[in-house]
Design a binder for this molecule. Structure first.
Ligand code: NAD
Ligand code: TYD
Length: 348
């Protein structure tokens, strides 16, 4: 059977993409390759792990020999590449692991496609990237596919570098690639180091929510399943060599977002109005904190007919409900290494 390789499929976005592909496409074997770092968790895929068109292999994309063997042993016709180090704060304290996985790992996969595919006909390398490669916006304006790259954090610099490599392999070797750059995702299965799940987890435990600086930074938020639907569309219908921006058309300052989240948490936990908001705590700002991200996603809408399906209020409520119904998942991922990460990051 033809195989689609999905890298990082045990992570937050990857697990939603794997599930969608496994449930929708009987004609492919979906092979999930993941190193199972702190961010990867096979519990995210419990419901589909026995599906006949799904398989999992534990491995590291920085290991070129392993990747070569994987391509030799499987008829891989396409790659959906999501494996990455993904958290900005971690990239500030440990840039090298971002260089290794995001740059070297991507290059290893590109080399495997270039060397093992005897013809590029019907093949595709799909690289999942971020809007953070474009840098930071002021009060106005939107990132388009033509916005010059201006990454500001070690994370975004490593993703920008990998995007450039993907385009270079298209230009130099004719590798059939496609790239998407998406805004901030939220939803079930996101590791509680990112703003929304970290805040839900803290509120659940009646702990302070740390807001960097004054909470005035702006992000555009997209529900993860809407991103997965966009990825399906681009993988199957996107034009080779093209880039598509994906966004929620949904900008929030961090403080307004957290106030909305606090309101939902009070309702869901049956707490007195204002209980959660009293836990908002302003802390030292992130170094080099990007002010604003906002995406113009008119190209993917116009050319492929994609639009987000959920409002932010609906998506955030679904997210809160998922975390409150999956306390065991939260407790598993926040034991052990998470405790020392949290203590180091937030001095608490
Ligand atoms: P995540 O951190 O939740 O998951 C990353 C996954 O990659 C994990 O399962 C981890 O085990 C795996 N992984 C890490 N290093 C690996 C290695 N060396 N070899 C094999 N597997 C490895 O990340 P996410 O939020 O799901 O992001 C997925 C992709 O989407 C990333 O490329 C990220 O840059 C991009 N992206 C994320 C967002 C967002 O808001 N989360 C937005 C736009 C783009
Ligand atoms: P994050 O979820 O880390 O995503 P990114 O940095 O990739 O946008 O952060 C989202 C926003 O929330 C960002 O402006 C930083 C801010 N933030 C906090 O204020 N406190 C926190 O504890 C975290 C993790 C993030």
């Amino acid at each position: 059977m033809k195989t689609i390789l999905i890298t990082g499929g045990a992570g937050f976005i990857g697990s939603h993409v794997v599930r969608l592909f496994v449930n929708k496409y009987n004609e492919y074997n979906v092979l999930n390759l993941d190193a199972l770092t702190y961010a990867g968790n096979l519990e995210n895929l419990k419901d589909i792990e026995k599906a006949p068109n799904y398989s999992f292999v534990k491995g590291d994309i920085t290991d070129q020999h392993f990747i070569d063997k994987l391509f030799k042993d499987n008829d891989i016709v396409g790659v959906v590449h999501l494996a990455a180090e993904s958290h900005v704060d971690r990239s500030i304290t440990d840039p090298l692991s971002f260089i290794r996985t995001n740059i070297t790992g991507t290059m290893n996969l590109l080399n495997a496609c270039k060397d093992h595919w005897s013809s590029f006909e019907g093949r595709r390398f799909y690289h999942i990237s971020t809007d953070e490669v474009y840098g930071s916006l002021g009060e106005t304006g939107l990132f388009t596919e033509k916005t010059p790259y201006d990454p500001k954090s070690p994370y975004s610099a490593s993703k920008a570098s990998s995007d450039h490599l993907v385009r270079a392999y298209h230009n130099t070797y004719g590798l059939p690639v496609v790239i998407t750059n998406c805004s901030n995702n939220y939803g079930p299965n996101q590791f509680p180091e990112k703003l929304i799940p970290l805040s839900i987890n803290n509120l659940r435990n009646e702990k302070e929510i740390p807001i960097y600086g004054k909470g005035e930074n702006v992000r555009d938020w997209l529900y993860v399943e809407d991103h997965a639907l966009a990825i399906d569309l681009v993988y199957h219908k996107g034009k080779t060599g093209e880039t598509y921006n994906i966004g929620g058309n949904n900008e929030w300052t961090n403080i307004d977002l957290i106030r909305l989240l606090c309101k939902i948490m009070d309702e869901k936990l049956d707490r007195k109005k204002g209980t959660s908001a009293s836990l908002i705590t302003f802390v030292k700002d992130r170094a080099g904190h990007d002010k604003r991200y906002a995406i113009d996603s008119s190209k993917i809408k116009r050319e492929l007919g994609w639009t987000p399906s959920l409002t932010f209020e609906e998506g955030l409520e679904k997210t809160v409900v998922w975390y409150l119904e999956n306390v065991e998942w939260l407790e598993n991922v926040t034991s052990g290494a998470y405790i020392s990460y949290y203590a180091e990051m937030y001095n608490r």
